[in-house]
Structures are given as structure tokens and as C-alpha cells.
Design a protein around this ligand. Structure first.
Ligand code: 6PG
Length: 464
């Protein structure tokens, strides 16, 4: 007889507490437990006390009672910081778990850790789900984009819970679906964040270029007009708000240090690109931009070299076209990396469905994502879509103009340049990498293949 609660949540940080409220509001019976990891003592009591009357959530401060409050099979969502703490909590829980119980890790865990946890727990008869969750605290509270991966059996049992917690797409379908085996859910969330890095950097570079000759309010209204023309995104919308936020001390943005940091998922994404042999140069440029911004030793702040005087303006349409071009490349690279991982790990990922999951609730939701998700055509890479290729071709001239101008002004545009050079290289029939092969053969006898494709063997040349 199951008279207990449907879901146990461990961890009452920002995300865990908001998900508990979201669940309770959606008719899910919730138990919460806090391990007091980096949180004030008494968090559970404080949380329960702060609940409005109509919220019924049971709080516990010891595992026994928490576990006893749950239905069978038990479904436990871990909302603790990624890393070793996840393993520690799993270890602590193991004595209380039975065959068929379901453990969900909703943190930003590294996908290889999720691969390992999935396999270890499977051996113990437990269903492990590594679930990427995007949308910040707002999404956790009112509907987030969810990327569960790992145990399909566990997912089928808990699907209803995921559906209730997630945001809904334009057709009112949950922005959630089973992503794939092992750590596939966390892999896809990781790449979501990598794309997020690229999107943020492209907006920042666009802003920085425009700021050479436009004020913040003017830039904000230009961005607003883009949103009205079908180019809106959550990140662009919050940027408009940020740019115009003012108080008695002036613009808030002007008081914020330009040293940017990150929690690691951007770096993991770039590493995954290198490991799987998939170029993600826009997200790498975004990561580098953050690293460089914080390198106070290398940064010279030598403003003398920058030209003064009249700055030639770009037509608004040219900036918009350049921006959309670079965003398309950023998405193309991110999805390509997902596709590479899918092949490498036999995850059978559905890229179009992933785009649909990213149309609402998550940080990279945008009209572009909707175009990718709701197109009739099946695609397994952005270049399968004719309109993407056409747009890249027709917008190429604008991005060239933007880069040329910024170079003349000695203004750094690394993410834009990466997108531009990526596309140029893809479209070159002959790349200089034959010279690389010759050099490798010259000094290391590494061999090269023939350009006429007459055989697949490695050849050597007697260079000297
Ligand atoms: C999300 C966000 C979220 C978090 C980022 C920030 O999808 O809700 O991506 O996961 O805000 O991890 O990442 P950085 O601290 O690395 O910028």
C-alpha cells in the first residue's frame, strides 16, 4: 500500500527549494531533506515555516524518517552541488534503498560521472537518472527545461513527475523528454551551457562594438527592434533590461567589474569538443574571453593604441545579419558536437527533439531554437536545413564588414571572428593542412595520404 509521498528532494539550496515548491504546486506529494551542505543549520525548519498555508511539503532532518515517508519504488531527487558531494550522498543513501528505487541527480554534474554512477547503481538494481535542468531558480519554481538520461525504466516510472515540473513548449508539450542512455542527459545540458557561453559572448561583442558610437539606451532599443523582427531570445531580452537598469548612482552595468568567471560547464564543453574531435570555436572563444578578462597579469589596459575620432557606423541590418550568422554557427557547432557524442557513445540522440526541449524554460530559448525545433524537415545537423545554409551565405558579407571594421578600430571580436573563420574554412576546397601533413612527415616520418585518393595508405617522401 502506497500512502507516502511521490518524491523526495535532498538539498534545499536555490534550485532544490524552488523545485519542491514547483512540485507541491503541481500536486506532487513532496518530502524534503537537507544535508546542511553549505547551508544554515535549521534550513528544513525555516523552509517549512516559510511555506504559504496552501503548500504541503514534509521536511525531515534525518534519513530514516525521510525515507520512510516515500512511496515504493522510492523516487529521490538529489539537488546538491555537483562533484564529490553527489557520490557522498549516494553512499549515505544506499543502505536505505531497495531494488527498483530511482535516484535522480538534478545538478550540473559532469556527464562522465553520470556514466559511472548509472553503471554502478544499475549493478545494485537501482535506476539512476542524470537529469540536466536549465532555467535557474525561476525555471525551477515555474517550469524548467529538463534533460533526463540514464535509466529508461526509471524514466518511464517518473515521467509524470518530470512532465509536471517542466516548462511547456508552444504546443503545450513538456520541455522534457528522455535524452538517452548513461550520462546523455548531463552531456546535453553541458552543451546547452556551452551554447549559452557562445550566445552571451556574441551579445557582449555586439554590444561592445555598438558602444563605440551608441549609448546604452540606443543599443537597447536596437536590440528591442530585433526582438520584434523575429530574432528574440531570453538572453537578448535580459540584456535589454540590464543595459537600461539605472539607479541614483547611474547605470548598474557601469559598476560591474569586467572580470568574468564560470562554474566549469563551458570548459567541459570545449574539452568534450577537443576529445570528440568536433570544432566548437565559438564557445571556445567565449570561454577564452572570460579567462582573458580575469587575467590581470596579462591585461595591460594600454588604451593609447586605440584610434580616436569618428567611428564609421555600420547599417543596422548589417549588424543584425552578422549577429544572426554568428549565432547560427554557434548553434551549428553545439549541435554537431552533440551529434558526434551520439555516434561515439551510441546514445541515439534526437537533435530536433533536443531543440524542442530548449524552446522554453531554459537559458538559450529563442526564436531561432523554435525555428530549429518546429521545422518540418528532419535534421541531424544544422546544415541539413536549406534555410540555414542560405542564411549563412546571404549574411556572410555583413559579418565580413563587421569584422573588417572592428579590426580597423583594433576592437576585439573573437567569437565573431571564430564563427566567420569556421565558415570560411568549411567552404574552402583546399585547406593548408596538406602542408601540415608534409611537415609532420618531414620531421617525424608520420606519413601522409594522397590527395588524389588513389589509395588509403600512408606514404612517405624522402625529404632530404
Ligand atoms: C541554466 C544555467 C545554469 C547556470 C550556469 C552558469 O541552464 O540554468 O546554465 O546551469 O546559471 O551553469 O554557468 P557559469 O557559472 O559557468 O557561467
Amino acid at each position: 500500500m502506497n500512502k507516502g509521498n511521490d518524491l523526495g528532494i535532498i538539498g534545499l539550496g536555490t534550485m532544490g527549494s524552488q523545485l519542491a515548491l514547483n512540485a507541491a504546486e503541481n500536486g506532487i506529494q513532496v518530502s524534503v531533506y537537507n544535508r546542511d551542505i553549505g547551508l544554515e543549520k535549521g534550513t528544513v525548519d525555516n523552509f517549512i515555516e516559510s511555506l504559504p498555508n496552501n503548500f504541503e511539503i514534509n521536511g525531515f532532518i534525518e534519513y530514516h524518517a525521510f525515507i520512510a515517508s516515500l512511496n515504493h519504488p522510492k523516487t529521490i531527487l538529489l539537488m546538491v552541488p555537483a562533484g564529490i558531494i553527489v557520490d557522498t550522498v549516494i553512499e549515505e543513501l544506499l543502505p536505505f534503498l531497495d531494488n527498483g528505487d530511482i535516484l535522480i541527480d538534478g545538478g550540473n554534474s559532469f556527464y562522465k560521472d553520470s556514466n559511472r554512477r548509472y553503471r554502478n547503481l544499475k549493478e545494485k538494481g537501482l535506476h539512476f537518472i542524470g537529469c540536466g535542468i536549465s532555467g535557474g531558480s525561476e525555471g525551477a519554481r515555474h517550469g524548467c527545461s529538463m534533460m533526463p538520461g540514464g535509466s529508461k525504466v526509471g524514466y518511464d516510472i517518473t515521467k509524470n513527475i518530470f512532465s509536471k515540473l517542466s516548462s511547456k513548449d508552444k504546443n503545450d508539450h513538456p520541455c522534457m523528454n528522455f535524452i538517452g542512455n548513461e550520462g546523455a542527459g548531463h552531456f546535453v545540458k553541458m552543451i546547452h551551457n556551452g551554447i549559452e557561453y557562445g550566445e552571451m559572448q556574441l551579445i557582449a561583442e555586439t554590444y561592445s562594438y555598438l558602444a563605440l558610437y551608441m549609448g546604452k539606451e540606443e543599443i537597447a532599443s536596437l536590440f528591442k527592434s530585433w526582438c520584434k523582427q523575429g530574432y528574440s531570445s531570453y538572453l537578448l531580452e535580459i540584456t535589454i533590461e540590464i543595459l537600461t537598469k539605472k539607479d541614483e548612482k547611474g547605470y548598474v552595468l557601469d559598476r560591474i567589474s569586467d572580470k568574468a568567471s564560470g562554474k566549469g560547464t563551458g570548459q567541459w564543453s570545449v574539452n568534450a569538443g577537443l576529445e570528440l574531435g568536433s570544432v566548437v570555436s565559438v564557445m571556445a572563444a567565449a570561454l577564452n574571453a572570460r579567462l582573458l578578462s580575469s587575467d590581470s597579469e596579462l591585461r595591460q589596459n594600454d588604451l593609447q593604441v586605440f584610434p580616436k575620432g569618428n567611428i564609421p557606423q555600420l547599417a543596422e541590418i548589417e549588424i543584425l545579419e552578422a549577429f544572426f550568422f554568428a549565432r547560427l554557427i554557434n548553434h551549428l557547432q553545439g549541435f554537431h558536437l552533440i551529434q558526434q557524442a551520439s555516434t561515439e557513445y551510441s546514445w541515439h540522440l534526437n537533435l530536433k527533439e533536443i531543440a524542442r526541449i530548449w524552446t522554453n524554460g531554459c537559458i538559450i530559448r529563442s526564436e531561432l531554437m523554435e525555428q530549429l525545433a518546429f521545422t518540418e524537415t528532419f535534421w541531424n545537423g544544422l546544415l541539413d536545413l536549406e534555410w540555414v545554409k542560405d542564411t549563412l551565405e546571404s549574411n556572410l558579407n555583413s559579418v565580413r564588414t563587421l569584422i573588417r571594421r572592428s579590426a580597423e578600430l583594433l576592437h576585439p571580436m573573437d567569437a565573431y571572428s571564430s564563427a566567420f573563420n569556421f565558415w570560411l574554412a568549411l567552404n574552402k576546397q583546399q585547406l593548408p593542412t596538406n602542408l601540415i601533413q608534409a611537415q609532420r612527415d618531414y620531421f617525424g616520418n608520420h606519413g601522409f595520404k594522397l590527395s588524389d585518393g588513389s589509395d588509403d595508405n600512408l606514404h612517405h617522401y624522402a625529404w632530404n
